[in-house]
Design a protein. Sequence first.
Length: 392
Amino acid sequence: MTVLHERIGFEIELLAPDGAGRRTLAERICRERGGRVERFFHTDSEPSLVPGMGHFWHLTPGFAVIDSSGAPVATFVDDVTITADIARDRTRATPDAGGRVADASPASDEHSYRILSDDARLLRLIAGHTPPDTPFPRVLDDVAALFGSRVETIGTVRRLRDRAGASIAMATSLAAGRERPCEIVTPPLSSDHEAALESLLMPARELGFTVPVEAAVHLHFDGAPFRSVAAFSNLVRLFGHWREALRVALGTNPACTRLQALPPSLLELVESESANADASAGSSDAERWSALQSAARSTGLSKYFDVNLTALLTDAPARDTLEVRILPGALRASDIVWRAAFVEALLARCRDPRAFPRPTASDPVVAAAELFALVGFAPVRERATVGDAALA
């Protein structure tokens, strides 16, 4: 069993089989823990089809499992990037005599809906004033009272506008199959990581959950150790200069979406800061870090890169974590923990004040082997997804 030493939160993307959903897994795990399942609204964003509008924010049903002592076990939420399997399964379904394809997903009920808005602030207001168990025929009514307005029902859509006619939000039924994507989100785990993850994934395997086409696993590490010029710069060097080697070493899923290389301007920034260190010798470490934070915010960073550094760019983040987003999907804890141990070793090297070196090999497979050697990490042949050259 691989042992992890850091405090890490995990996000694992799975897909429920036809006829089941994320609530199915939450209830199964709840029964094993003797706890309870709590419905809540999960916040996410999705691409917008409206010209000139990049995305909408939305609320969808999520389920939290609380154990018998009141401690959180995990949450089970939708992930909008999981689409290919749902579309494929509907295409392969057998039409009935009338040429219609039956939906094999759990029947939509009056609690299976999403709430959309183009303003994240309004969506937070809606979530705060809408009980998660509100049935669809009454959804948005409580918020309408705040605005002195009324909800309009247009077919299967409930729409809320203010008294001036400005759009606030609308609610619609979940699309067919949207109950099936299931992202397991754990609280931060400090010990026995593999056992804790396997207690969530074994029931998923037994229920027939699978790894979807676009799947990834995300790791959240404590951000505090990387709030310095040296550590932050080494993170940028690792995920910038070693990008292809990392993808080979970790077996990154090429179908995974919402991943991209760090902005070249960010790499230039950290190297420039390092080159000009003598010129800023009179500045304190805190002053240098504050200046780097400010400059990095102008490079176009968002959460949707190979590594999410955005929490480090503010002194008061909602969640102070460093998120590594390039692990492939998995259904076994051992596969996840092995890769997490490699990432853990790389991040430990980033905290070393020495500059993280660049690869000497241009071939990503050879560079992956170089990266393993750099941190003294011995990959286990049967678990790694790299080529033999990288394992030699």
